[in-house]
Design a protein around this ligand. Structure first.
Ligand SMILES: [Zn+2]
Length: 272
């Protein structure tokens, strides 16, 4: 771009006509949930039975299964920590979470009543967010928000690209190891939902940035499964992701996350 204006030689600086932004996928009906129904589903599940409770230790990954209609709550149980989450259809693992289309259908960061969509040709809601203790964070003065569907997951290949060093220990590695028992490989691990992660794009160069997660002990996010799911989550070795990839991460920045799954006593409410 020319900053000094046109001096009369060569090509005249091109002037682009201004155009208004157009929301590309303007809220398809299936992306707008019945909030009252999902609030009901949430309460029914929470008043029902807790069918799973696990702790995912820091710098590791775990998997769990969910039946349609069950609710999962993921909690910051010690200190600020980002989780990288993958989803598969439990009955057909070729159907899996599609971060990019989810971003287009909703926004760069997900919150209550946003849905997580599956890949093509399926393109179905896999889960719906029903509670988020950080929802009031909103969009901050740098344009950052939480629970992103922009970032892909940290991996040892990009780490080597940046540092020139070999490493074993990233969300990609942990997720790959965690799903091996389901016959899945690293090629099945896909772009994640980064829960509790605070990110945005710089205003001047539109580069992806992170900042220390605002999540604190007790913060949580909840989603309801819209189909039977296999879920995998890593506790990112970047911890609260206040350190750029390639720089040493203090161990004190890394923590475990808690996972609970709740099932309604009478799941018929979901048939309404
Ligand atoms: Zn990571």
């Amino acid at each position: 771009m020319s900053s000094g204006g046109w001096c009369g030689r060569g090509d005249r600086p091109r002037v682009f006509p201004k155009q208004p932004p157009v929301i590309c996928y303007d809220s398809p009906p299936a992306a707008r949930v019945n909030c009252i129904r999902y609030d009901d589903l949430r309460l029914q599940a929470l008043m029902g039975k807790r069918v799973l409770e696990i702790t995912v230790p820091k710098k590791s990954a775990a998997t769990w299964e969910m039946k349609e209609g069950e609710l999962c709550r993921i909690t910051v149980i010690e200190g600020s920590q980002v989780g990288d989450v993958n989803f598969w259809n439990l009955q057909n693992k070729r159907e899996r979470f599609y971060s990019g289309k989810t971003r287009q259908l909703h926004a760069t960061h997900l919150t209550v009543y946003d849905r997580l969509w599956s890949n093509l040709p399926y393109l179905r809601p896999m889960a719906t967010v029903v509670a988020d203790s950080l929802k009031n964070y909103g969009i901050d003065e740098d344009g950052a928000s939480v629970h992103d569907v922009i970032g892909t997951r940290c991996d040892d290949y990009t780490y080597k690209l940046i540092t020139g060093k070999e490493r074993h220990g990233s969300c990609h590695t942990y997720l790959t190891e965690a799903v091996a028992k389901f016959g899945l490989s690293e090629q099945d691990v896909h772009d994640v939902w980064n829960i509790f992660m605070c990110t945005g794009f710089t205003k001047d160069t539109h580069q992806y940035f992170t900042k220390a997660s605002p999540a604190r002990k007790g913060d949580y996010i909840e989603f309801i499964a819209d189909m039977d799911l296999l879920v995998a989550m890593s506790t990112c070795p970047q911890g609260d992701v206040s350190t750029p990839v390639g720089k040493p991460v203090p161990d004190k920045n890394c923590h475990p996350l808690g996972v609970e799954v709740f099932r309604a006593i009478d799941q018929s409410v979901k048939e309404h």
